[in-house]
Design a protein around this ligand. Structure first.
Ligand code: FAD
Length: 531
């Protein structure tokens, strides 16, 4: 206890000296009673970095909150001090470009620790913050820093699961909701931000508010896809459905891009059909280089499969293949009909007939598939490397031009990581949220998930891949392809204004209303730092 007090006092004194707070230290001390304010070098080091490993910004201190009240106290202190300091929530630090960092501020480590159920109801609120699974209401209340894998484990105890996912589950609820949260279910259910019923948010003024479509709706829409700009999400009420037991996971190959996208678009157009007549998940990826052998999402294929893949003629297509990835969920009640249902759907598609790869696995194993790849990469020392990732939303009308210019052009014969491509229906995205999508009914996610390595091959270096990203932007710009960045990263406000387009005035207005001193998530570099 004494050590904790010394640490806190030390942290606060350093804060006071550096940012010139006029607040009585004793008052600040009283604010941080439940959790911990740490200046431990290892805490500071962790909070200075992210998955991208390309930018670094040291905070002065790191807060491990015990409750939403802790977050409220900290933000209120930053808001009410004469000279403010930045406060950034950090989910699991899986950003690429320092979005969760807070130079000379305080990073709130939302994940880890054991705070579930420890929240206290805010004054005037009837709900209690904490993990609650409602079987009747089909929802779960999750702490904002909980990882999706934890949400899944908790809901499965009740035979339930969220409807919309990310490919990887070691991401935080608050972190993905601040972006969108997408995977192959998005065509059907929309992104994760379309599957949230209510959130508790600590605004930049240090107020803890419960928001939904009906209550504080402006803040509700602002924080969803809001890049952490308007508040820190401390609780999210996530919509659930009965969890399927098993998954039939299928991959089929195409050498023709237009046949591939035609089929993807057909499959996502079935979203309004009964579940027996559509797939539950539609994704895809591009196979550009050494085939699937070095692709970290390739564990699906058995050792004999690469031989079959190499026998598929892709020469007429510059050696490029496209892989459609689809799944169908089932349980005991549908186990008898699933084969017929899949066959009926596959019959309508135009893939290379000899290229059907199927596997069958428990639902959890399917959802947690990328974690297996992570463990493999970690064991080879290939996880903690720089990741110059690029995630783009490309309008459907220009995806063929993108294929010609980028997959068959700029990428050459090397990708340095998986290249995902799948379409989504825009009407599943709530236009009132802060996120921006292309102005077409259907748009594609193209995700270039590259790892930079010092392998002696120039095309694997960070410099080369970063330059390639620049060339992709330049190509889209010159070709007039109106892409939007997903998980956006810009360095000037003009670029952010262009990114938000018509939505900028509203985004700006919301910032002035909910975080007028520009305290929150300064690592996004949208607004000048705290005033
Ligand atoms: P962080 O990186 O810690 O934070 C991201 C931003 O959100 C920061 O600005 C931060 O300040 C803010 N923030 C964090 N928590 C809160 C909170 N509680 N309240 C308010 N603001 C908050 N994304 C997809 O959509 N689909 C995928 O399939 C997918 N797969 C991925 C796979 C891997 C291996 C990785 C590394 C990332 C993947 N992502 C995917 C991207 C992911 O959604 C983002 O990294 C996102 O930022 C979530 O990561 P995080 O929880 O670590 O958040």
């Amino acid at each position: 206890m004494a050590t904790k007090l010394v640490l806190i006092t030390f942290a606060i004194c350093r804060l006071l000296i550096t940012v010139g707070l006029t607040m009585d230290p004793a008052e600040l001390l009283r604010l941080v009673v439940d959790g911990q304010l740490s200046m431990d070098p290892s805490d500071v080091e962790t909070a200075s970095k992210d998955f991208g490993l390309m930018s670094r910004a040291e905070p002065l201190a790191v807060m491990h909150p015990a409750s939403a009240e802790d977050v409220t106290r900290l933000v209120r202190a930053a808001y009410s001090s004469a000279k403010s300091f930045s406060v950034s929530a950090r989910g699991h630090g899986h950003s690429i470009n320092g979005q969760a960092q807070a130079r000379n501020g305080v990073v709130v480590e939302m994940s880890g620790g054991n705070r579930v159920g420890s929240g206290k109801p805010a004054a005037g609120r009837s709900e209690t913050v904490g993990r609650v699974v409602s079987e009747k209401g089909l929802y779960m209340d999750a702490w904002g820093g909980e990882l999706w894998i934890e949400v899944l484990r908790a809901t499965l105890e009740y035979g339930l699961a969220p409807k919309s996912w990310t490919d990887y589950l070691y991401l935080s609820v608050g972190g993905t909701l601040s972006n969108a949260g997408i995977s192959g279910q998005a065509f059907n259910h929309g992104p994760q931000i379309s599957n949230v019923l209510e959130v508790d948010v600590v605004t930049g003024k240090g107020e803890l508010l419960t928001c939904s479509e009906e209550r504080n709706s402006e803040l509700f829409h602002a924080v969803l896809g809001g890049l952490g700009q308007f508040g820190i999400i401390t609780r999210a009420r996530i919509a659930l459905e009965p969890a399927p037991k098993r998954v039939r996971w299928i991959r089929v190959l195409y050498s023709n891009f237009s046949a591939f996208t035609k089929d993807q678009e057909y499959l996502i157009s079935l979203h309004g059909q009964p579940s027996s007549q559509k797939f539950d998940y539609v994704e895809g990826f591009v196979i550009v280089d050494e085939g699937l052998i070095n692709n970290w999402r390739s564990s699906f294929f058995s050792p004999s499969n690469p031989v079959k893949i190499s026998s598929i003629d892709s020469n007429g297509n510059g050696g490029i293949l496209y892989c459609l990835e689809i799944t169908k969920n089932y349980d005991d009640s549908t186990a008898d009909t699933i084969d017929q249902e899949i066959e009926a759907l596959l019959e309508k598609l135009d893939f290379v007939p000899t290229s059907v790869f199927t596997t069958d696995l428990p639902y959890v194993d399917f959802l947690d598939r990328v974690h297996k790849a992570e463990l493999k990469l970690r064991s080879k020392g290939l996880w903690d490397v720089p990741h110059p990732w690029l995630n783009l939303f490309v309008p459907k009308s220009r995806i063929a031009d993108f294929d010609e210019g980028v997959f068959k052009g700029i990428l050459g014969n090397k990708t340095s990581g998986p290249v995902l491509i799948y379409p989504m229906n825009n009407d599943k995205w709530d236009q009132q949220s802060s996120v921006v999508t292309p102005d077409e009914d259907v748009f594609y996610l193209v995700a270039l998930l590259r790892s930079a390595l010092d392998s002696g091959d120039e095309t694997h270096t960070l410099e080369y891949l970063t330059d390639q990203n620049r060339r992709i932007f330049k190509f889209c710009d010159e070709a007039g392809i109106k892409i939007k960045q997903y998980l956006p990263h810009y360095t000037t406000q003009q670029e952010w204004m262009d990114h938000f387009g018509d939505k900028w005035p509203q985004f700006y207005q919301r910032k002035m209303e909910f975080d007028p001193r520009r305290i929150l998530a300064t690592g996004q570099r949208i607004f000048a730092g705290p005033s």
